[in-house]
Design a protein around this ligand. Sequence first.
Ligand SMILES: [Zn+2]
Length: 552
Amino acid sequence: MSTQPNRREFLAALGAFSLFPLETERAELLLFNGNIYTVNDKEPQAQAIAISRGRIVGIGSNADAMNLASAGAKKIDLGRKTVLPGFIDAHSHPAMAGVMHLRMVDCDLRSIAAIEAALRERAAKTPAGEWVLGFKYDDTKTSDGRPLTIGDLDAAVPDHPVEIEHRGGHTIYCNSLAFEKAGITDKTPDPPGGKIDHDPLTGRLSGRAAESARAFFDKVIPNRLTRDDHREGVKLISKMLAKSGITSAHEAQGTPTELLAYQDAHQAGELLYRAYCFINYRFIDSMIAAGVRTGFGDEWVRVGAMKLVCDGSISERTARLSQPYEGRPNDYGILVMTEEELYGYGRKAHMAGWQIGTHANGDVGIDTTLRVYERLQKESPRPDPRFRLEHCTVVNDDLVRRIKALRAIPTPFSTYVYYHGEKMRYYGAERLNHMFALRTFLDAGIRATQASDYPPGEFLPMMALQSEVTRTDRKGNVWGAKQKITVEEAIRVGTLHGAYASYEENLKGSLEVGKVADLVVLGRDPMKEDPFSLLTIPVERTMAGGRWTYES
Ligand SMILES: [Zn+2]
């Protein structure tokens, strides 16, 4: 441990820039007397962390760190509490979710009647004719045992067009007025890559529309969100994430709107997590023309991968599978973009130095996406493209071998087994042993991440740990026992692997000198906890860049 003079005094004396290595800087903040798991193999455990200007300048025993503190340093006794690196949610939609929480009806309710009541209440405050929008509806979580129908919505809200988004984000449920506004009748054919559902008996619209059929509605729903609304959304979701122990999130379906919202929130001091903002493929031409590529930005707001979408969703059972869904012999799910389309956009981005992240859930979707990535690397090899497979849910030996050969990064859903257990039966017990396949990925040396996909999935890191370690849902059903991992592995997946997925493994993801001070203080030690109560471990404090973003 060094005893350099105060850095500021030294600078003043020199009247010039200093090139001191970071390690010699005096700490302004000292966390000591902790039970710290660093996720750094060279020094896995520590008692104290010394922090200066948002970075870790020392980590080790209490005595080591004390030596680094400046005279006026703030010293915080952790009382032997457990500290982990801050969690990195490698695929979620927080900025989007933030504005939804601000403006839409939260339909995460347990009966159709409760949803109808919430919609009715909103409609009463909304001028007739204007849209009533909802989100987080989940057909498998209501007590009614059937999905919402056009009749339910017409009865609840007759004078406003209604669009309710499913929790998974790929399907919507609308009332008659909404279909009328969207120009859809009983006779309208399915658009390519989409589906308009009909009642099998009457042939009339059922109320549900999937995937690209949503575009009919997107065209007629006025987007009244202002730039300020988007900033407010980031502010709101920032508090929710910080409270759960998340210090970084990859915004998986970003557009220039989200990128700007992040910059605005950061400038206003309201951004409490580091954002790696993907850019939807529709904007790739303008981004490339502006000279922007993956990695542009700073450690708080950074341009992420270009986002492509290959197939449907797991929670809504539209992922494209090689074997049909259980009990639905003709249903193999949906492919959203063709292989040639994926290749066309992929090539542009790849050539311009972008990382690519493609939504690929089913084994057919993953196979298709890997073929595109293999072709890009064969035609124009790049040393470290870090191709991402967003979700990468249903795998087999051949797919795993190819993922490893490409050194691609899967981002499997981390909370689905626990939270969406009731949907697992559509996939069947055998297939579940090849889904969210963390054991397989880790054994193959593949750096898979933790990813909530919020709103479709819950984002709580403690739920992710429990789900990944136990593979057990809320009712005690075990799904895919072969894919269990250890608590220690789950923590690494949720921290360091997430940093690797955004090319930031030298900046964050573990607690070591030179990295940012992003960490979480827990009420109990997950390594010593019963795996079935990991979810109940309280998050007491969260720190990002040396500042507390949440304190209980
Ligand atoms: Zn997503």
